[in-house]
Design a protein. Structure first.
Lengths: 1108, 273
């Protein structure tokens, strides 16, 4: 069993057959192999050869004896000539380059098969071979519908077979009806198909579930997946592109175990909140570092087009991320963009159009309900109209029976369309991938929420000389975003439904509600009254040169410029601004430069293989911001484009912030006998942000791996691959802002008479002792492949302790300072992650296929210590033993009912008031007793829940049948709580004056236990308690159904296209979301929903993907 | 040999870049620190100006009004719900120590006190320049410190008391008896101000000698030292040019803010321009 998983289906007999096969046939497949040559065997196999004046033929046979390589050659190739060679532990390419130098022989490698050709030899494509008994033809494609050349097709139990040509087609003759064809290809699952009476057998081959031979990025290099010792999750392009989000990470949601991806808000173009393995840091960022084609960044991930992404790898445990040192604590997301493959140009167009609607079930009060609520608030019966004239906005409006439905007027449907064209291809020397894309999303709030983006990418790699490779991966993006007014929905809901927005001429009424001085919120939709526009440009590139110094030593230099500039312009017109117009502009210019020098040593000594990496890098950042804001502009049309004309300048500001980072890093990967793996790394980071004498810090890591299935004692038919890993590492969190250790003064303003008297006040205490937050983490992992590679997965267990937390420790203000930033406190995250892929049903011949991916993770996040390990920080709502973000508030038991009047009176409350749990009190010394004390006060606040989920997971099911493909993604996030601002009864929102959603409130004849009686004179006591809800949800997040018209069909209908896939999808459908909280989407990054937060969207997508 | 050269070249490249330790030195341009800035007369003057700005946190703000009037028997609630801050007016169940107004006033004064402490202490390091002006700056700072403490003890009783600038982290606070705060803080500060401040100022709103005397009169009044109170008050009334505005309604003329009745004003003019 030991080796079988690696090369399924290719038995020694097949090799023998291949060696006997006519060279011409073999050549065909070689000429068209192009980028499909998964030559990892050739890349990883090392040979040692020593021969003096031997014939080439004999040297080749030596290679065949040492390895699984097989050679083919035609009679034109002179293999009898002699040559000498002396090479040790070299790749086959190096040996053959050396061997054939000056011999006139050239070679092509495909997998383990190597063809020798005479220089200038031409190939002819084979003509139909004569049918002897029965011929079977067909086409082999991969799961994206691309033809697969080079697939071995063998009649089971014989040595008879062939390989597919450049179009993935094959013809095999002399086949008996009871024969079974075996299709195999490295990196794909083998398939067996009984021939029966078929003469055409088309096969759709699935990528090998394990992908253990797959080479994945690990940071500053790549590695075979089977050799990895750290915890790495990955998602490839086949799973991206199912939804139509403009953000890479949204498309990976639920597909990466341990990675929590949640949309920040419903604003078109808004970012995503990404948390890997829980929150470690209390005040600093918990956002991971992105490394895009080798260049680190942590901002503006929206600038990268998801369609350009080849794969995303997430380094999760400290042993994997330690190479990123002080920036690695939150995990690292490595994004690899697409590159060209050797072969003819491939042109692809993909486009989609979607209709979006708000994910909401908001039910504002209608005029009748509002009138009742106002009456109740004023102590009247619901239907008592006697005082309507005094207490209601407009009795005629109520009597008219019309419902203005402010909320409904405020938004409509959103639209999104996107288009992308890419061209890729390459030769031996140059590979290219170039794409251009356009993305345009019109939000649901008319005129004031949209996002559009144009981006271009060029990825080029050239082998300049034998030893020098140079390349570029660059993207340029330009985006425009209009942001909705803050609290827009709140204002709509807040407005009395007895106030009508328009007068009889259809014009907006400035103050629709005569009882409340509140401007008509619909002015926010008028571009002459409200604009909040962001424009951004970005150029992000990685430029490299790699030089092979010796056979086993190469030097690489990476230079990564990242230029971002953005401008935000805001304007409020004179109507919305109630007599004053105002405008502001703020500009940001951000320039980060990364320079890396990398030396890589790679050598094999017998059973020992060694890879050593040395890195020196520097990174500098310069951020300049400037802005001004003004009032009373004489020309309204100028918006924010002529601030100088304003009568009043409110503020002018500019700021410069710079930082630099120097790093040295070393890593050793050692492998013994292909079974035992060891990784040791260390990184020293020097940062400008830390104070003198404190600048450098060191981050070590080590990890061990043991491929159990390679052991001779391991003998299991069901387990094909088993690897145990354990790793430990330390990483930092770059959480200190530039200049933060120095303290500083703040500008204050005052006046003496009419003369300005600006001053400089003490503001921040200097603290030269600040250090990075340090996460120390232990990870134990198990990688497995089961049942003939049909099931593959990984299980991870981890324990991360983060100490030196930067806390803004609150100080008694008596010191003059509110708080000081200190390295105090620690947190701990422990968790379990499971991810698995299963090929449940595999049928060839366009049959039914079903495969599924599962991810599940749970994480227990807790604060271990703050200032010490016993005292909670109630002011900040930080509690020892609890997750970092909790809701700490009064716990609602219900509403005091009529028959509880006496009991309520003990608390100074009455029926209709909120009933709060009395959970705590104080003894005579003022210490908390954790016992009821008969009164409700601040001490009775308690931890209600956390914003962090207890567990989360996703299941992706992919089905295919003939040309149809269907994927269904189910996403669950359980155990978190949210705060609903729709239920905020504070301020004066529940006093019978402002509109509200139609809440089920208590009245003497409606014994509700949810919402208190509205009272005109005051807000409800303990009003905060009613706004907390369980936000657990299960969603059928995405359903994508497509049909692919293949080339055959295209030819039949006379369209010269390679393939066309049409698809339709629904994304984030509200009707397929199951949650206790129903008013809006329970999936929220802030765990705070309400009228101030833009609504998230459900969409219906129509798309097309064309290969030319 | 050729390869060796290449290796050397790269090694050199790596180490030339890395030898720049300067690379990691911060040179802030947009921010300024106390140690750099409060070293000159101008710096200290700007320091005391920001202590003045704390006057705005109390005088002329809603916070001070609601803290001092509602809840007394001269104030009742009108219609207007939340805008009348019923918690303060009624001392209701919602009136908690975390109430924004209670903390706002408290925070404001302690920030002001630390600012004054900094100016007073750091003035000792300046030995050159116009030392009279320096004494005046210190006098202004001590006047403001006395005023802030005076409000604090009146509003909150025994409070934390310090006359030193906070350096580093100070995480504890202690109550000091009111009497000690008067004795060691308020009264000597005002006495210093009286001794060092000029009788008049060109800059309307700067603290003057009569302002310090008037405040000290009030302080003595609240301490029950009637004769001292009378002495300081009489001095202000008799020895300066202050006079009541007549007719009385002229006091409310928006164009008559600067008038003969004002001994010291918290200036609320907006001047951010």
């Amino acid at each position: 069993m030991k080796k079988n998983w690696l090369y399924p289906g290719i038995s020694p007999a097949v090799y023998e057959m291949l060696t006997k096969m006519k060279l011409t046939i073999f050549l065909i497949c070689i000429t068209v192999l192009g980028g499909f040559a998964a030559d990892s065997y050739a890349q990883t196999t090392r040979l040692t050869l020593d021969a003096e004046n031997a014939t080439i033929k004999s040297i080749l046979s030596k290679i065949e004896n040492q390895s699984e390589f097989k050679f083919f050659y035609s009679s034109n190739v002179d293999v009898e000539q002699t040559a000498s060679i002396s090479q040790k532990n070299k790749k086959v390419f190096d040996i053959l380059d050396d061997l054939f130098e000056g011999t006139g022989i050239k070679y092509e490698v495909y997998g383990r098969q190597i063809a020798l050709l005479d220089k200038g030899e031409n190939f002819t494509f084979p003509t139909e071979t004569a049918a002897q008994q029965k011929a079977v033809t067909g086409k082999v494609t991969d799961d994206s519908g691309q033809p697969l050349p080079g697939v071995t097709v063998v009649i089971k139990g014989t040595t008879q077979g062939t390989v597919t040509n450049g179009d993935g087609e094959y013809t095999l003759s002399g086949i008996l009806e009871d024969a079974t064809l075996v299709f195999s290809f490295v990196g794909m699952l083998p398939q067996e198909i009984p021939v029966g009476d078929q003469t055409t057998i088309n096969v759709d081959m699935a990528v090998d579930a394990i992908g253990i031979e797959e080479v994945v990025a690990i940071g500053y290099g790549t590695m075979k997946k089977s050799d990895i010792t750290g915890a790495v999750s990955s998602v490839s392009s086949k799973d991206l592109g199912k939804s139509n989000s403009g953000n890479i990470m949204q498309q990976a949601q639920g597909k990466l175990a341990g990675v929590d991806i949640i949309s920040e808000s419903g604003i078109p173009g808004s970012d995503f909140k990404i948390t890997i393995r829980g929150n470690r840091s209390i005040t600093a960022s918990n956002e991971p570092l992105f490394v895009i084609d080798g260049i680190p960044t942590n901002v503006g991930i929206n600038d990268f087009n998801p369609n350009d992404i080849e794969a995303i790898e997430v380094l999760k445990d400290a042993s994997a991320v330690a190479i990123y040192g002080s920036r690695g604590a939150n995990g690292v997301i490595l994004v690899t963009t697409k590159s060209g493959k050797k072969g003819d140009a491939k042109i692809n167009y993909s486009g989609s159009y979607s209709i979006k609607k708000a994910f909401e079930n908001i039910d504002p009060m209608n005029p009748q309900e509002f009138a009742e609520y106002v009456r109740v608030a004023n102590g009247l019966n619901r239907n008592d109209t006697s005082q309507d004239e005094e207490i209601l906005t407009s009795v005629p409006n109520l009597q008219s029976g019309q419902n203005p439905d402010w909320f409904d007027i405020g938004y409509g449907n959103g639209l999104l369309h996107q288009h992308q064209i890419s061209v890729s291809g390459g030769t031996d020397k140059i590979k290219y991938y170039v794409s251009g894309s356009y993305f345009d999303e019109e939000g649901i709030v008319t005129n004031s929420s949209d996002y559009s983006k144009i981006s271009f990418r060029a990825n080029i790699e050239a082998k300049a000389t034998k030893n020098l490779t140079i390349g570029l991966s660059a993207v340029g993006t330009k985006s425009t975003q209009n942001v909705m007014a803050s609290s827009f929905y709140t204002r709509l809901i807040d407005t009395s439904p007895l106030a009508f927005p328009y007068n009889e001429n259809g014009e907006l009424i400035p103050y629709p509600n005569p009882r409340v001085e509140q401007i008509n919120p619909l002015y926010n939709l008028d571009p002459s009254q409200y604009i909040d526009e962001l424009r951004g440009q970005r150029i992000f590139a990685g430029i490299f040169a790699e030089y092979k110094l010796f056979e086993s030593l190469s030097y690489r230099i990476n230079y990564g410029p990242d230029l971002r500039s953005s401008r935000r312009g805001e304007y409020t017109g004179i109507l919305l601004g109630e007599g004053t117009n105002s405008a502001s502009v703020s500009n940001r210019v951000d320039n980060i430069n990364t320079l890396e020098n990398i030396l890589t040593f790679d050598e094999i000594y017998g059973d020992h293989s060694l890879n050593i990496l040395g890195l020196f890098s520097s990174q500098t950042s310069r951020l300049e911001t400037s802005g001004s804001s003004v009032q009373n502009l004489p020309v309204e049309d100028a918006k924010f484009y002529n601030l100088g004309s304003a009568n009043d300048i409110l503020s002018v500001n500019s700021f410069l912030s710079e930082w630099a980072l120097l790093s040295y890093m070393g890593r050793i990967n050692y492998k013994y006998k292909d079974k035992y793996l060891l990784t040791v790394s260390g990184r020293a980071d020097g940062s400008s942000r830390l104070a003198e004498g404190n600048k450098w810090s060191f981050f070590p890591s080590t990890a061990l791996g043991w491929i159990v299935s390679e052991e001779s004692f391991f003998n299991s038919n069901n387990v094909n691959f088993l690897k145990l890993r354990v790793g430990y590492g330390e990483v930092g969190n770059t959480a200190i802002s530039p200049y933060q250790t120095k303290g500083g003064l703040a500008l204050t303003d005052y006046a003496f008479g009419d003369a300005p008297a600006f001053g400089y006040a003490l503001d921040i205490i200097s603290n030269p002792d600040l250090e990075w937050e340090i996460s120390k983490s232990l990870n134990i992992g198990l990688d497995f492949t089961l049942f003939d590679s049909r099931v593959a997965g990984a299980i991870e267990l981890y324990d991360t302790k983060t100490s030196n937390l930067l806390l803004n420790r609150f100080l008694p203000i008596t010191s003059g300072y509110n708080s000081v930033l200190q390295n105090i406190g620690s947190t701990r995250n422990r968790g379990l992650e499971v991810s698995a892929t299963a090929y449940i049903i595999q049928n060839a011949n366009d049959g039914f296929n079903w495969n599924a991916d599962l991810t599940f993770f749970t994480n227990k996040e807790e604060i271990v210590s703050l200032i010490d390990n016993t005292n909670d920080d109630v002011g900040n709502q930080w509690f020892i033993g609890q997750p970092i973000n909790v809701f700490y508030d009064f716990k609602q038991l219900g509403i005091w009912q009529k028959d509880e009047a006496d009991e309520a009176a003990l608390y100074g409350l009455a029926p209709g008031d909120i009933k709060i749990a009395d959970v705590n009190g104080r003894d005579e010394n003022g210490n908390l007793t954790k016992q009821p004390d008969g009164k409700i006060d601040q001490d009775d606040k308690t931890i209600l829940g956390s914003t962090t989920p207890k567990w989360s997971g996703g299941i992706t099911n992919r089905f295919s049948y003939k040309g149809f493909d269907l994927s269904i993604f189910v996403y669950a996030r359980q155990g978190q709580m949210l705060r609903s601002s729709f239920h905020n009864l504070g301020g004066n929102s529940w006093q019978g004056r402002h509109g509200s959603i139609n809440l089920n409130y208590w009245t003497p004849d409606n014994p509700s236990n949810e919402i208190p009686l509205p009272i005109a004179e005051r807000r409800p006591y303990f009003y905060e308690a009613v706004q907390y809800f369980d936000a657990s949800f299960v969603k059928i997040k995405n359903i994508n159904l497509g049909y692919t018209f293949d080339k055959e069909f295209m030819n039949r209908v006379g369209i010269g296209l390679e393939s066309v896939r049409l698809y339709s999808a629904i994304d984030n459908p509200d009707w397929l979301t199951f949650s206790e909280y129903k008013i809006v989407d329970p999936e929220t990054g802030t765990q705070n929903v309400g009228g101030a937060n833009p609504l998230t969207l459900s969409s219906i997508i129509f798309g097309i993907n064309v290969n030319f | 040999m050729k390869n060796l050269f290449k290796v050397l070249l790269i090694t050199c490249l790596i180490f030339t870049v890395s030898s720049c330790e300067d690379f990691l030195i911060e040179q802030p341009k947009s921010t300024v620190t106390a140690d750099d800035y409060y070293t000159t007369l101008e710096g200290l003057d700007n320091g005391v100006k920001s202590a003045y700005s704390k006057l705005r946190g109390f005088y002329g703000s809603e916070a001070a009004f609601f803290m001092t009037l509602p809840g007394t028997d001269i104030w009742t609630l009108g219609f207007g719900g939340i805008t009348n801050l019923p918690d303060l007016g009624l001392y209701s169940a919602n009136l908690l120590g975390s109430n924004n107004l209670i903390t706002r006033i408290w925070d404001n004064f302690y920030e002001g006190i630390n600012q004054c402490n900094a100016v007073i202490q750091r003035s000792e390091n300046i030995s050159e320049g116009n030392l009279n002006r320096l004494a005046e700056i210190v006098g202004e700072a001590r006047f403001l410190r006395a005023l802030f403490y005076f409000h604090l003890v009146q509003q909150y009783g025994d409070v934390h008391f310090t006359l030193e600038e906070t350096v580093g982290v100070e995480s504890e606070a202690y109550r000091t008896p009111i009497a000690q705060i008067y004795e060691e803080g308020i009264v000597p500060d005002l006495q210093f101000a009286i001794d060092n401040l000029p009788p008049t100022t060109e800059e309307w709103g700067r603290v003057t000698k009569p302002a310090a005397e008037a405040l000290l009169a009030r302080v003595q009044l609240s301490l029950g030292n009637w004769s001292l109170a009378e002495k300081h008050a009489a001095n202000v009334i008799n020895n300066y040019d202050f006079a009541l505005v007549k007719p009385y309604k002229d006091l409310w003329d928006i164009n008559n803010q600067v008038n003969s009745e004002v001994i010291l004003a918290a200036v609320l003019n907006r001047c951010k321009n």
